[in-house]
Write a protein that binds this ligand. Structure first.
Ligand code: NDP
Ligand code: 2IT
Length: 448
């Protein structure tokens, strides 16, 4: 085991040396590599074929200029990325993030996570991610459209329904996917399922909008069942108030829980009666406003500046659904002190490594995003299937398939954890289950 751990440490050192200063990328790789030793011990052929050294290196990374003209006639320049990380089990698949914080490190961390997440869904999808440092906040419809068209003017030559299928992520919703899809169609003169998260009337799948949040709750349901309990009567805190957060809160509420707090970048709301989700949807999705407006309608609710305070709210279940590293050690200590029993990630890598340690040590149930938030990409996979079949399934049909996939991911992660002598360690279980699938495909395909 020592030798294997040394081998993994040497790969990690190479990743750090080859990608200097890319902190979140290093963090994501470290999280996976720190759990792989038992799998490599059981399968020395993975070391012989240098699967780990190969899997940490993206197959391709495209970086490009995205020029566009703002409403004042001024030329703006953003940077676009697409990381085509691994295509061993299917076409590259993963979202596009539009956020000022986007850089090569962020895109590579997200692409790397996506490899294992997509493998866990059991659908034939490789891993990829893209995005731009464009900030959609405060832009007019015209500016959003011109940016998306310019972004696609370059991206189109790198993607395709059997090559790479992007989708939404933070900052990219149905509106942006629509403009990108329109431009791809114009440039290629082809109507194909090249993007997922499309509108229902234009080849999209029912339940894709809800899928990440609903899937997260289906996964949490399985975790709770392992302790003989359910969502019924639980108090839940959900960070964020975007696509993932809102539909996680909606499903948790349907399953009998009370969601008492949510946040955005500006601050968090606390409503002891249970959050009014119709109002949150109106503020965030229709008006594209700030959550602070919530207390204008619900004067007995509270709003506090800064999103971090949300973790001081007492709850049974915490669902971080906003962004990476949003839940740190101090936040974890607050949750533990207040009797929280379960933390499951809707966002990608929202919990810092020291916070994860503390959460595990305190004996809370903990689910890593690459397992618990896989419902979104799984349903994107179902959208691809429907596009290929030229068919549309009903909401219930898709939702039922999503539910089955999440139950299976939980089973795969928990059974793998048990198989490797770490029962309950869903981080190790998810990493090894996802890794093994991709590693076997890479072995079978030879050194390429
Ligand atoms: P959205 O853009 O729809 O919503 C993001 C939410 O998080 C918003 O409420 C936003 O606040 C808040 N937020 C963003 N950045 C920060 C920050 N730095 N600090 C505090 N709050 C922040 O994104 P999604 O819901 O789609 O994505 C959320 C997370 O889930 C991301 O990590 C994404 O990668 C992950 N994910 C998304 C999937 C999907 O299908 N969309 C699938 C799986 C994972 P504000 O409104 O003020 O901007
Ligand atoms: O992080 C993710 O899994 C997503 N943003 C969804 C990707 C997708 O292709 O649906």
């Amino acid at each position: 085991m020592t030798q294997t751990k040394e081998y993994l440490a040497s790969v990690m050192a190479e990743v750090e040396q080859r990608n200097p200063g890319e902190a979140v990328f290093h963090q994501a790789v470290q999280e996976v590599l720190s759990t792989l030793a038992p799998a490599l011990e059981a399968h020395p052929e993975y070391i012989d074929a240098e699967i780990v050294r190969r899997i940490v290196e993206p197959e391709r990374m495209v970086m490009f200029r995205v020029p566009w003209v703002d409403d004042n006639g001024k030329v703006q320049v953003n940077r676009g990325f697409r990381c085509q990380y691994n295509s061993a089990i299917g076409p590259y698949k993963g979202g596009i993030r539009l956020d000022p914080s986007v850089n090569a490190s962020v895109i590579k961390f997200l692409g790397f996570e996506q490899i294992f997440k997509n493998a866990l869904t059991s659908l034939p999808m490789g891993g990829g991610k893209g995005g731009s440092d464009f900030n959609p906040k405060g832009k007019s419809e015209g500016e959003i459209m011109r940016f998306c068209q310019s972004f696609m003017n370059e991206l189109f030559r790198h993607i395709g329904p059997d090559t790479d299928v992007p989708a939404g992520d933070k900052g990219t919703g149905s509106r942006e996917i629509g403009y990108m899809f329109g431009q791809y169609k114009k440039l290629t003169n082809e109507w194909t399922g090249v993007l997922t998260g499309k509108a229902i009337f234009s080849g999209g799948s029912l339940a894709r909008t809800q899928a990440t949040g609903y899937g997260l709750c289906y996964f949490v349901n399985e975790m709770l069942a392992s302790k003989g309990t359910t969502f019924e009567g639980k108090t839940v805190v959900v960070s964020g108030s975007g696509n993932v957060a809102v539909y996680a809160a909606e499903k948790a509420t349907t399953l009998g829980a009370k969601v008492v707090a949510m946040c955005d970048r500006g601050g968090f709301i606390y409503d002891a009666k249970g959050i009014d989700l119709d109002l949150v949807k109106e503020i965030k999705f229709v008006k594209r406003g700030n959550l602070s407006e919530y207390v204008e309608a619900h004067t007995d609710a509270k709003y506090a500046e800064g999103p971090h305070g949300i973790w001081t709210v007492k709850c049974d279940i915490a669902l971080p659904c906003a962004t990476e590293n949003e839940l740190n050690l101090e936040d974890a200590k607050e949750l533990i002190k207040n009797g929280c029993m379960l933390i499951a990630e809707g966002a990608n890598m929202p919990t810092t490594p020291d916070a994860i340690e503390a959460i595990k040590e305190a004996g809370l149930l903990y689910a890593p995003g690459k397992a618990s938030n896989a419902g979104g990409v799984a349903t994107s996979g179902l959208e691809m299937s429907q596009n290929s079949l030229r068919l549309s399934w009903s909401f219930d049909e898709v939702d039922e398939k999503l539910h089955g996939i999440m139950v299976n991911i939980y089973k795969a992660a928990s059974e793998t954890a048990e198989q490797y002598g770490k029962p309950g360690d869903l981080v190790l279980g998810a990493n090894i289950a996802g890794f093994t699938k991709v590693a076997n495909a890479m072995l079978w395909q030879g050194v390429c």
